[in-house]
Design a protein around this ligand. Structure first.
Ligand code: IMP
Ligand code: MG
Length: 197
């Protein structure tokens, strides 16, 4: 089997200029597959086990997913955390339809869950400029959690955060990545692997 699943809507062509195979979806070409489905699955399994082991049995764990990018990662991750926990979501907007951060972070949807006294894990798809995390962490800290940690699937390591993620799936290359929840202009989130465009 090939290392990734190519969905039916992709077309595979050979570039007449470079002679290289290109994957195209909706007119957009994917440069390469960066993390295959199998590699992601294995890493998420490891992270889930590490998270489960990091908390006392009586800790009230709240896994807070940052929408929309974390939705697939979070769904897979919580199923690998073998202990009681609750799940909620936040929706922050920072990018609009651009590929570069605007620096503004707006909470478009806020979790209704109380953070007081709970062990909160903020789950993020990718840390890029760090703006989103740097602005959200103080807001969540003000709500009095017993602890607050970040779990990021990807970290581009181009920024330093006030609170560095305790768990990182992969140190990502400085490319624009899509798939497994990550989008470009709301497209590509459904790909089961992560590629660069
Ligand atoms: P930051 O605030 O610059 O750290 O960016 C955080 C958010 O920007 C992430 O949650 C993503 O939604 C988005 N983002 C950053 N880099 C990428 C990328 O390479 N592909 C897709 N989305 C990205
Ligand atoms: Mg996004």
């Amino acid at each position: 089997m090939s290392p990734w699943v190519i969905q039916r809507s992709w077309t595979i062509t050979t570039s007449s200029e470079t002679g290289r195979t290109e994957l195209r979806l909706g007119g957009q070409s994917l440069k390469r597959i960066v993390y295959s489905e199998a590699r992601i699955r294995e890493r998420v399994r490891e992270m889930g086990a590490e998270i489960a082991a990091a908390y006392a049995p009586d800790a009230e764990l709240l896994v807070l997913g940052l929408l929309k990018g974390s939705f697939i990662f979070l769904a897979d991750l919580v199923r690998e955390i073998d202990r009681p926990l609750q799940v909620d979501f936040l929706l922050a907007s920072s990018y609009g339809s651009e590929r570069v951060s605007s620096g503004e972070v707006e909470l478009l949807y806020d979790s209704g869950a109380s953070l007081k006294g709970r062990s909160v894990i903020l789950v993020e798809d990718i840390v890029d400029s760090g703006n989103t995390m740097n602005r959200l962490v103080p807001v969540l800290r003000d709500r009095g959690p017993a602890s607050l940690e970040i779990c990021a699937l990807l970290h581009k390591r181009i920024s330093t955060l006030g609170l560095e993620p305790k768990w990182v799936g992969f140190d990502a290359p400085e490319e624009f990545l899509v798939g497994y929840g990550l989008d470009y202009s709301e497209n590509f989130r459904h790909l089961p692997y992560i590629g660069s465009i």
